[in-house]
Design a protein around this ligand. Structure first.
Ligand code: ADP
Ligand code: GN1
Ligand code: MG
Length: 544
């Protein structure tokens, strides 16, 4: 076996030498500035000159700074700097041991733990699972570092000490609640950093980055604080989501798809709960991050809209056999446009923020369409339109696309999966995606209903789901587009009148700006309604 050069011939150096010999190193010699002896062949500063003769070296100093300093020098010089592990130590196969660390007699390093560069785990110490020992740290004789702990770089854990829990500073974490959530899901010890993510209007979303080696990090998880103003019972939301995603995994498997990419997988907390409740009573949940996926705020190429149509149509079909009765109604009367109109009227009458005077034309726009609001709800109540398991929030940024192939990949934002009518899913997609501008475009001259995009969506949706839809359902689609757009505009306007408590806003009139774009789209849909109906009538059903 290789020859080993040890920097430091003190007491610890001698222990390392004995260990190296028992590991089978052929020749083991020292560099040391003070010690003398037959096996001391020079001073530490001779390390560069000895590189020709020795390829493998370690720095065996008891002092943390010195050990780290010389380990880094050896690495810079190009030495192989192995981890030295005593044969009696027990190391989990999933543990990671970095260069120049030492694990001495009868020490234990448990599952998924990481021992940093030049760290020392002394005799009889235990590092339990999922802990991280920072570079240059020293875990003293017989001490215990419990699971999920982080020992800071160069820190010393005293002999016999027990570390119960520690928290490290995670980049991007600016609140105790977020930190608690990260630890509750078990990411605290390893997580590199956290970044706010996505452009949803409801939840607070973060991407959680984990190390993947070579100093690189990748997003592994999505952590979300569920908005309890909107979802009063997060337990019910998570029940629905776990039920639906587990069901979808089986459907996708049967279809020959990849359940890890084509639906979300939610992760339970370390104590087995479907979500974590922080000190303030706020719920947090976590799912896998889908790698190599993209999310769009607007259609960039028409093909994307066709893809999203096919995916949402397919989603409806995939959930065709789902036991609808087991679903909780996470937001009661979510798409009951008649009730939405009533709520708008109440907000208008109360006018708590005295904002009605700033939006008279928009208020009148809604009031003039009172009769329209009931067109689909009455058909639903009379049983003409069947209830299905629907998504209810089918905007383009609630679907992920495969970054390589560009095809629709995974439907996300499953909070509002409830029994509903297909026209609403269809309509909500049209409202958001068949517009030539973003939902909050201020310049209304840029906002138009794009009937070609509508036509593409009809094609994709009916190709995927047309054969399960009844004739009445297919006929209801154009109204779905008009009414979801009107309803959404009405909801934005209601929120504006009530003081913006529901949707996230970036400036005071944000909701009013959003309402205006929706009403502009409604108006253009009304003007082209005959053509919208004709497009549906002339469409093929099912994939040819
Ligand atoms: P909201 O209800 O606030 O809209 P979403 O669940 O839609 O919350 O998440 C917000 C955004 O975060 C999405 O539009 C998407 O861009 C991104 N996102 C959410 N979940 C994932 C995931 N699992 N993988 C990748 N991106 C995601
Ligand atoms: C909200 O959560 P998000 O941003 O995907 C809202 C939808 C609206 C949409 C308008 C639970 O969707 O109903 O149509 O904003 N979601 C909820 O952009 O209210
Ligand atoms: Mg969303």
């Amino acid at each position: 076996m290789d020859k080993l050069l040890i920097l430091g011939a003190g007491g610890f150096g001698q222990m390392v030498k004995e260990t190296a010999v028992s590991l089978g190193y052929g020749e083991v010699v020292f560099l040391d500035d003070a010690a003398k002896g037959a096996d001391v062949i020079g001073k530490c500063c001779d390390y560069a000159e000895k590189h020709g003769e020795f390829q493998v070296a370690v720095a065996a100093f008891g002092n943390n700074n010195t050990r780290l300093y010389w380990t880094d020098k050896l690495l810079e010089e190009g030495y192989q700097v192995p981890a030295i592990i005593h044969p009696s130590a027990v190391i989990s196969p999933s543990a990671v041991l970095e260069s120049g660390c030492f694990v001495m007699q009868r020490a234990v390093v448990n599952t998924h733990s990481r021992i940093g560069r030049a760290a020392l785990i002394n005799s009889g110490a235990v590092v339990d699972h999922d802990s991280v020992i920072g570079y240059g740290a020293h875990v003293g004789l017989g001490s215990i570092v419990k699971s999920n702990c982080t020992i800071q770089p160069q820190k010393r854990v005293e002999p016999g000490e027990v570390i119960f829990s520690t928290r490290r500073k995670i980049e991007g974490v600016d609140s105790r609640a977020l930190e608690d959530a990260l630890y509750a899901f078990g990411f605290g010890p390893q997580c590199s950093y956290v970044k706010p993510f996505g452009e949803g209007h409801i939840n607070e979303t973060y991407a959680v980055y984990m190390p993947v080696g070579e100093g690189k990090d990748e997003p592994f998880y999505i952590l979300q604080r569920i908005n309890i103003n909107v979802f009063k019972d997060p337990g019910q939301v998570m029940d629905n989501i776990f039920g639906v995603t587990e069901f979808l995994r089986n459907v996708i498997r049967r279809e020959g798809g990849d359940p890890d990419r084509e639906t979300l997988s939610f992760i339970k907390t370390k104590s087995g709960e479907s979500y974590f409740e922080d000190d303030q009573g706020q719920p947090w949940r976590c799912s896998n991050f889908i790698p190599n996926s993209v999310c769009y705020q607007m259609v960039e190429r028409p093909e994307q809209f066709y893809q999203s149509a096919f995916s949402f149509g397919h989603f409806l079909k995939q959930l065709g056999e789902y036991p609808a009765a087991s679903l909780h109604e996470t937001i009661p009367h979510f798409h009951d446009t008649v009730k939405r109109f009533a709520a708008f009227r109440t907000a208008l009458e109360r006018d708590v923020k005295n904002r009605a005077r700033t939006c008279r034309p928009e208020i009148n726009f809604v009031l003039e369409r009172k009769e329209d609001c009931g067109v689909l709800t009455s058909k639903m109540e009379s049983g003409q339109l069947p209830l299905r398991v629907t998504h209810n929030d089918t905007k383009l940024n609630n679907i992920l696309f495969d970054a390589e192939t560009g095809s629709g990949l995974c439907i996300i934002d499953l909070d509002t999966i409830m029994p509903g009518i297909a026209a609403n899913d269809f309509g909500d997609s049209i409202r958001f995606g068949a517009s030539t501008a973003e939902e909050d475009e201020r310049d209304l001259d840029k906002v138009h209903f794009d009937i070609h995009l509508y036509e593409l969506y009809v094609k994709g949706y009916l190709e995927a789901a047309g054969d399960v839809l009844t004739q009445a359902e297919r006929d209801s689609l154009p109204w779905g587009a008009r009414l979801m757009t009107l309803e959404c505009g009405m909801r934005f306007l209601t929120d504006y009148l009530q003081g913006d408590g529901y949707f996230k806003t970036a400036y005071p009139e944000h909701n009013l700006v959003r309402a205006r774009t929706q009403f502009k789209l409604v108006k253009e849909m009304e003007e082209q309604f005959e053509e919208m109906c004709r497009i549906v009538q002339n469409s093929r059903i099912g994939k040819q």
